[in-house]
Design a binder for this molecule. Structure first.
Ligand code: 1CP
Length: 361
């Protein structure tokens, strides 16, 4: 594990021009790039033996609170996989700790929120906090990572979207059906909107701080919003997403990502984001038409394809690049995060393949 000294030794100077001309930043502006840029959600994670080694020595939250190790893990993924962008090693649930809901990651069970939000009173009792102060360890990780990353690799900051954060707060952890979340939404609409406003403010502040600390772009993860009908999305979620994005004041390009959201894209496109991330359940060209070609698109290989043989991976990559048709503004990614059992070799193969095939387009 590197200490602060060894980090400063390898430190790279940040050059705005080189970063701005990188394939990833160009794609965000829908400018033609030499190759289709690729990065992968959860590119630093459990599929990597080096990550598992680090995690055998420290808990997940402990890791997230340690800027040096976060920087190391972030850069390790870029080094190993040769991807076009880095994403800061952190988690969408960390701001919930600051709200006083007692977050814990239980081995095998995922996140547990010991004081979930179940009524109007619980919303009123959430702690108010200063984002920059309370999440300063994330900002320190970004500053260190920016110094350590190669000068041409953009760094992505991120946060959970208000809906996805609210779902963890209300369910008390992960969920399949989001029954408690929806019940709360219908039974207590005023408290719901109040909660979404609190979360929206935290998200836009945290993202702004990450850009000021050195991130070149930000992604808003609305991983579970696909569980909603169009009507509920328009009524209970979309106005807060719009507000969140508007409060970023165009400080940096914004990516909005969700899974199972084909039915919501025609609404979500109204938020002033630069790029929308889609999963594998939809056709990339159809999704792009719905979003509009005045926005960039990210996706959308099924993460499970990376368990298949190289020929199958190749066919699916060709399909997706075929649907993008070389149109500027496509960032290749998985439709969701890299799964823990994924062979590292296949991930490396995917990155090289996207570069090789898209260079010919
Ligand atoms: O080591 C471990 O066991 C922890 C596994 C892990 C990791 C590697 C968690 C716990 N979070 C992370 C890192 C993480 N989380 C990143 C790092 C950057 C990268 O992509 O490489 C990012 C972007 C996230 C974002 C995140 N956390 C999301 C949105 C993306 C997604 O997967 O939909 C969500 C929903 C979470 C919550 C979360 N964090 C971790 C778990 C087990 C969960 C719960 C997921 C669930 O409810 O199923």
């Amino acid at each position: 594990m590197s200490d602060l000294n060894s980090l400063t030794k390898t430190h790279h100077k940040t050059d705005g021009n080189i970063l701005s001309n990188s394939p990833f930043m160009k794609a965000l502006r829908r400018e033609k790039a030499e190759t289709t840029p690729i990065w992968l959600m959860r590119q630093a994670g459990r599929f990597m033996p080096e990550y598992r080694e680090i995690r055998s020595k420290m808990g997940f939250l402990e890791l997230c609170h340690n800027p040096q190790v976060c920087a190391e893990v972030t850069c390790m993924a870029v080094d190993m996989l040769n991807v076009d962008a880095a994403i800061i090693f952190s988690d969408i649930l960390l701001p919930l700790q600051s709200l006083g809901c007692e977050l814990e990651f239980v081995k095998g069970d995922g996140p547990v929120i010991h004081k979930p939000v179940r009524n109007v009173e619980d919303v009123a009792n959430l702690l108010s906090f200063d984002c920059a102060e309370s999440l300063s360890y994330v900002l320190d990780a970004i500053k260190l990572t920016r110094k350590e990353l190669p000068a041409h690799i953009p760094l992505i900051g991120f946060a959970g979207a208000p809906f996805t954060l609210a779902s963890y707060l209300i369910e008390g952890g992960s969920s399949r059906s989001f029954e408690k979340t929806k019940r709360f939404m219908y039974a207590e609409p005023a408290a719901w909107h109040q909660l979404m406003k609190i979360l929206s403010k935290i998200v836009s502040e945290h993202l702004t701080n990450q850009v000021n600390a050195g991130a070149q772009a930000v992604q808003i993860f609305d991983s579970w919003v696909g569980c909603l009908s169009r009507w509920d999305y328009a009524e209970y979620v979309y106005p807060h997403l719009r507000e969140t994005v508007a409060n970023l004041n165009k400080i940096a390009p914004v990516i909005y990502f969700g899974t199972d959201t084909a039915h919501l894209l025609s609404i979500a496109k109204g938020a002033d984001v630069d790029m929308i991330g889609v999963d594998w359940r939809c056709d990339l060209d159809e999704a792009w038409r719905t979003i509009g070609h005045d926005k960039a698109i990210q996706g959308n290989l099924d993460p499970v394809i990376l368990y298949a043989d190289k020929q199958t991976i190749r066919e699916r990559v060709e399909q997706i690049l075929g649907k993008a048709k070389g149109r500027p503004g496509h960032v290749f990614n998985l439709g969701h995060g890299v799964l823990p059992q994924t062979p590292v070799d296949n991930v490396k193969y995917l990155v090289e393949l996207v570069r090789e095939l898209s260079a010919k387009q």
